[in-house]
Design a binder for this molecule. Sequence first.
Ligand SMILES: Cc1cc2nc3c(=O)[nH]c(=O)nc-3n(C[C@H](O)[C@H](O)[C@H](O)COP(=O)(O)O)c2cc1C
Length: 157
Amino acid sequence: MVSDIANPRQTVLVTSSSDSKDDIITLDWHMPTSFKPLMYAISVGKTRYSRKLIEQAKVFVVNFMPIHTEKEVLFCGRNPGEHVDKFKETGFHRVEGEKVDCPRISEALAFLECEVVKEIETGDHIIFVGNVLHKDWNDTGKRLFHTGKDDFTTTKD
Ligand SMILES: Cc1cc2nc3c(=O)[nH]c(=O)nc-3n(C[C@H](O)[C@H](O)[C@H](O)COP(=O)(O)O)c2cc1C
């Protein structure tokens, strides 16, 4: 698996919403792509329910999570969202986005509210490139990095 050499990677949760249905997907594959304007890209598998919601609504939020949320992060990464309310099942608190019609996760250390400006097909994934319309972070907190399978590590104090 590529994760054997590409990891550890920071794991994020991406929230999406369309037609009053919300979803949360766990992602290792994501990156900043521009300083000015600030842009951020995520790579979402074609079969994911989140792909459908992001394609419809053209917005998403990247939520950077603390290490202590690893159980909930694995839940969001192991359960397709079509018939599951992941906010309810994880207990994460939903906060309305400020600049996008999409919720974010209150427990996140940082978040980026993004509007999709480009979609790139890449094998079995779609890269959604987003313009960051609103962001916030607090620099305290140990972030979550996926080493492989069910294992995570974190940043130093
Ligand atoms: C640690 C971890 C990292 C993951 N990274 C990605 C990723 O970068 N891209 C992706 O499409 N799926 C990734 N997945 C798988 C999705 O999170 C998983 O298929 C999820 O159930 C999809 O949810 P959805 O169908 O509600 O969108 C990852 C899963 C885990 C546990």
